[in-house]
Design a binder for this molecule. Sequence first.
Ligand code: AVI
Length: 356
Amino acid sequence: MQFPKSSGSTGFSQSKIGDRSSSQYALEDRLQIEYLIDPVNAQTDLESAQDVIEGLSKTPKSLPPRYFYDDHGSQLFEQICDLPEYYLTRTEAAIFQEYAGAIAQLTGACEIVELGSGSSSKTRLLLDAYQQQGYPLRYLPIDVSAGILESSARTLLTDYSSLKIHGLVSTYELALERLSPAPLPTRMICFIGSTLGNLNSQECDVFFSQVTQALQTGEYFLLGIDLQKPKELLEAAYNDSQGVTAAFNLNMLSHLNQQFDGNFDLTQFEHWSFYNESLQQIEMHLRSLKAQIVELRDLGVAIAFQSGETILSEISRKFNLAQIQQELESKGLQPIQTWTDPNQWFGLLLCQRCNS
Ligand code: AVI
């Protein structure tokens, strides 16, 4: 399967063939990694950093959550997923354990496209189910972090001998724009782990439209979402006792330091997170511990902080199943089956693109 190559900053491409043994050749033959963004330079160009300048210039301040995910941030996120308080990952995984077979039966042979694939750990449950039903395995992981994308692709290829992977180092938007027709009878775009919750309702609307446009009639969209639940459970999940979430939040500042030659002092900011009940969302902030001025020299900006001033680094919305089903339907994505866990903490929805 080929993606259109473009000129300019989004046309990076890389093939992986080196001096390797024959079994490794077999692995290399099954792997293609394509760069739609240049991991080294893309975010240093002023255009893509405009959102950083804007976010830090307004009151209250905010930053785009994509700055969590440099290679270290992606590793911290993997650690979060294993925390006892962070119920999301294991609850969704349990739903996959139970129902991956049903998903494979409903879709039949399909190319699995995963937006924000990370370590691809839950994807294994899907691959197992498709493999058990004798379907060919094609996987298209998409992630902005090249390091984690490539290392998890290599591990998967070692474990699944008939799997073919075409990875894209890309943002969701760009990847959805560039998807060419699926080589298998159908395609399933997966957006799991409740990453949808990190989009505000307007971004969510745009995202659903992009998914609809990327699918042909009859193709599938699999969505995993965190559901509304008592505040205490939610706040514990985003304020873990080992401080991994705090490190993940603060790492955003160190990423900005690296990316834009900045001088955020990580000891002078703290993690602050709470559940906003009226907006039904967790909010994660970085709070300045003193009045200070921080420079991002590559962007030519100096940002003044008052003592106690905060930067909103992430929202994590918690959903109501009936509402989200309606929203999906209104975008031409018909929910055909919904699964939850016994506590109804997490929801997995399989939708089919209908004729609009
Ligand atoms: C990636 N996303 C779904 C996570 C969440 O729960 O919103 C990110 C995260 N932030 C703090 N902990 C985990």
